[in-house]
Every structure is written in C-alpha cells, then in structure tokens.
Design a protein around this ligand. Structure first.
Ligand SMILES: Cc1cc2nc3c(=O)[nH]c(=O)nc-3n(C[C@H](O)[C@H](O)[C@H](O)COP(=O)(O)OP(=O)(O)OC[C@H]3O[C@@H](n4cnc5c(N)ncnc54)[C@H](O)[C@@H]3O)c2cc1C
Length: 280
C-alpha cells in the first residue's frame, strides 16, 4: 500500500528541523524510517510533513560523557552493537534488532522514541538508567527513561521536539536476552529482559531489570531488582528474584502469547539476563 500524500523536508540543522515541526499541524521526525515508513504505508500514521533529520551533521557519534555514554540520534543499530564503549545490555539488544538491513538503517534513538513494547533497546535503556535528550523551541531538556515510556507506542517526546541523543550509564555489569517471534534472537521480541547490576564485596549492591514484550510498554521489573539487592547473586538468589519479575505489573496477552505464557517468559528472561550480566 502507498502512504497518503505528504510533504518532505530534509533540514540541515536541528533548529531548522524544530521550526519545520512547529510550523506543521501534524509532522513526524524521520531518522531511519524503519518503523515510521511501514506505519505510513499501512496508513496507520499519515503525517502531512515528514522531517528527515538524516542530513543533520553531528548526530552520528557515540561519545563518553563522564559516567554516561551518549548515543547520537543518527547512530544506527549496528554501530551501537559494535561500539566498544556501549554497555553490553544495549549493545546486545541492538545486535538482536531485526535483520542486517534494519540494523544498517534504523537508529537506536528512533527505536527508543518509537517505544514499541516488542522492541529490544528500550528495555536496555531502562535497565541502564538511561536519559533521553530532547531539543525543542524552548531549549533542551533531559528526560529519565523511567518517565519516558508513557504507554503503548507513546513516549514523552513532544511533537515539536527532536531527540538528539540517548545516554546510558557506563558502570556495572549488564546483559540482554530475548525470544524472537521466529525463535532465536532476531525479529521483534515475544519477550526479553535487560539486567544491570553492581557488585560490592561479593554482594549485589544495586540492580535494575527492564522487560520487553510483556506489558503495554517497556517496563522495569522492580520487584526482581529489589529482591536481588543484598544477595550474593547465587543461582538460588537469582531464581527467587526472577520469580518476582511480573509482580506488580499488568501483563498483557497479545498475538504471541497468553498472560500466563508472557508471565513465564518475563521470569525466564529476567533470570537469563541477570545470569548473563553476572557472567560478563
Ligand atoms: C523488518 C523489520 C524488523 C524489525 N525487527 C525489529 C526487532 O527485532 N527489534 C526491534 O527492536 N525493532 C525492530 N524493528 C524496528 C527497527 O528497529 C526500527 O529501526 C526502530 O524501531 C525505529 O528506528 P528508526 O530510526 O528507523 O526510526 P523511524 O522509523 O524513523 O521513527 C520511528 C518513530 O520515532 C520518531 N523518531 C525517530 N527518531 C526521532 C528523533 N530523533 N526525535 C524525535 N522523534 C523521532 C518518529 O517520528 C517515529 O514516530 C524492525 C523493523 C523492521 C522494518
């Protein structure tokens, strides 16, 4: 199917992009287009203006910023996957995102802004205590990942804002694991989990676990993280903590699984991600 007719601009600066967004009734930013274009072709989204940020310079680098690493808006999935300074949970989530074409074109920031419950990188950004940097007509603001994922396919970015980067913490140990819709780890996730942990004197001093594919939006498994803190990270401690992965959450049934199955997968992948992080 063809999309409805739309105007297209490819500004040379973020300021020009923001002005174009502000001047339109319904505009959409396009980075990789790997989610936006299919939605437009299906006519599920019909913007009057597409603002292609692909020609704006300075958005395609991965930079160390103190205790965080900053991933620019035009960094592709494959670059996030291969970078030495990207924490393992996010690098693994990027490496399991779609196929080669998708990884060469789609961006980490686009995946985070899109906020699909079945997408891999949002839960890794959550687990890594991420911060989303958005620039709009009134300047730049930083939004904690904890507050960024609002509902299904709904994130806290305003229609006239461009997200310029996503920052994640560099410290600790982390990992991501998933079950893809066709089995294995490629394609959208049926379910997955990202774990971030810190160890101090042999015990886990801090932890965060993000879940993919089981709730309406990328979600933290707070009960698991809390149960893990203070333990020695033994198999038994991980098992008991992971058993709480769905506690306090509204688990959703979808085409790929019942509530019972998704609850089971939340526990299984929380456990796998934690074990993987600890074995780094
Ligand atoms: C065949 C196929 C398989 C896929 N498999 C997977 C998979 O296994 N796992 C997975 O996680 N994803 C998968 N995806 C989705 C893919 O990762 C997309 O690249 C990603 O979801 C969106 O990134 P993008 O750069 O393409 O964003 P776009 O499609 O350009 O944009 C997506 C949305 O985010 C907004 N947006 C994008 N960038 C910005 C910005 N800088 N500022 C403000 N708003 C912005 C757009 O307006 C739009 O609403 C798949 C896609 C395809 C086509």
């Amino acid at each position: 199917m063809f999309p409805r007719a739309f105007e297209y601009v490819a500004p040379a600066s973020i300021e020009e992009a923001i002005a174009a967004l502000k001047g339109s009734e319904f505009a959409k930013v396009m980075s990789g287009g790997m989610s936006l274009l299919p939605l437009m072709k299906l006519r599920l989204v019909s913007p009057e203006l597409v603002v292609d940020i692909g020609r704006i310079s300075g958005l395609d680098s991965i930079d160390d910023r103190g205790d965080m690493v900053s991933i620019g808006a035009l960094v592709r999935h494959y670059q996030t996957a291969e970078a030495q300074n990207v924490p393992r949970a996010l690098a693994q989530a990027a490496s399991y995102t779609g196929d080669v074409q998708v990884r060469n074109r789609g961006t980490t920031v686009g995946a985070v802004v899109h906020g699909d419950l079945a997408a891999d990188q949002p839960s890794a950004v959550l687990a890594l205590g991420g911060v989303i940097v958005a620039q709009g007509p009134n300047g730049t603001r930083e939004i904690a990942a904890d507050d960024f994922f609002v509902d299904a396919l709904t994130t806290a970015v305003e229609p006239d804002e461009v997200v310029t980067a996503v920052k994640v913490r560099k410290d600790g140990m982390s990992a991501y694991d998933k079950l893809g819709r066709r089995g294995g780890r490629t394609d959208y996730a049926v379910a997955g989990a990202a774990a971030w942990l810190q160890k101090d004197n042999g015990s886990i001093s801090d932890a965060r676990v993000g879940l993919t594919g089981v709730a309406a939006k990328p979600t933290l498994a707070n009960a698991t993280a809390e149960a893990l803190i203070g333990t020695d990270g033994s198999d038994q401690a991980i098992e008991e903590a992971a058993a709480k992965a769905a506690d306090g959450l509204t688990i959703l049934e979808d085409l790929y699984g019942s509530v019972e199955y998704k609850t089971h997968l939340a526990r299984v992948f929380a456990k796998r991600a934690i074990k993987r992080a600890l074995s780094a």
